[in-house]
Write a new protein. Structure first.
Length: 228
């Protein structure tokens, strides 16, 4: 069990991250700065540097935490459906994405929206992002036996994709062709597109029921995969 000092440090670190997201919600990515957070918390700038040495360190931690929370929720939604229900698992993932994004718009904007000016992400990337990518490919792999006949293979080759993605896909799904990886990206685009429009407020003038529009898109997506 953590001692009092460790608990206080964890609580302060969590407050720093919460304020960073609040500043971003109000002022955009430019508003995230250690000095601004220190002012909000009534701390000195030097004190906050004891938690995060640089703004990039804070942003990297935020991105990792936000992405990990999203992926945990999507995996839980997916796994609530039977392993053999390819359509249900895809829909659960997509609906989980929309639910999470609407409840966490600042987090969505951080990982999928406006880049933070001057931020240099770590070369190794984000582990949760790789998990999300692998999970999407797995969803499509489960659908591929039926979906394949409805797809244009488009001349895709393994060289079209990031080598790390290719290595992971070929290790986990050795019989999956490059066209299925391309389909994974297209499926992700259809899941993500309307959510992004809704989070950024671009659907307000067009519809009072964006959820209905999204569900119709998912119905069409499942049909296009021949999973109905």
């Amino acid at each position: 069990m953590p001692n009092r000092r460790a608990r206080l440090r964890a609580e302060t670190s969590a407050e720093i991250k919460a304020i960073a997201l609040k500043l971003m919600a109000v002022g955009g990515p430019d508003a995230i700065s250690l000095r601004a957070i220190a002012r909000e918390m009534g701390m000195t700038a030097n004190a906050i540097y004891g938690y995060y040495a640089t703004r990039d360190d804070l942003i990297t931690t935020l991105v990792n935490d936000v992405y990990a929370d999203l992926v945990r929720r999507l995996e839980a939604a997916r796994d609530a459906r039977p392993a053999g229900d390819a359509a249900g698992r895809i829909v659960a993932w997509a609906e989980g994405l929309r639910t999470w994004a609407l409840a966490n718009p600042e987090g969505f904007r951080l990982i999928y929206g406006d880049p933070v000016p001057g931020y240099q992400p770590p070369e190794e990337g984000v582990e949760a992002e790789r998990r999300a990518c692998a999970a999407l490919v797995s969803l499509v792999a489960d659908a591929w036996p039926k979906a394949e006949r409805r797809q244009s293979h488009g001349g895709h080759e393994w060289s079209d994709f990031d080598p790390h993605v290719v290595e992971t896909v070929r290790a986990e799904h050795p019989d999956l062709p490059p066209a299925a990886v391309a389909l994974s990206l297209r499926v992700w685009g259809r899941m993500h597109g309307l959510v992004a429009l809704e989070v950024y407020g671009h659907l307000r003038a067009q519809t009072r029921e964006p959820g209905k529009v999204y569900r119709a898109e998912l119905t069409d997506l499942i049909s296009s995969l021949d999973l109905t």
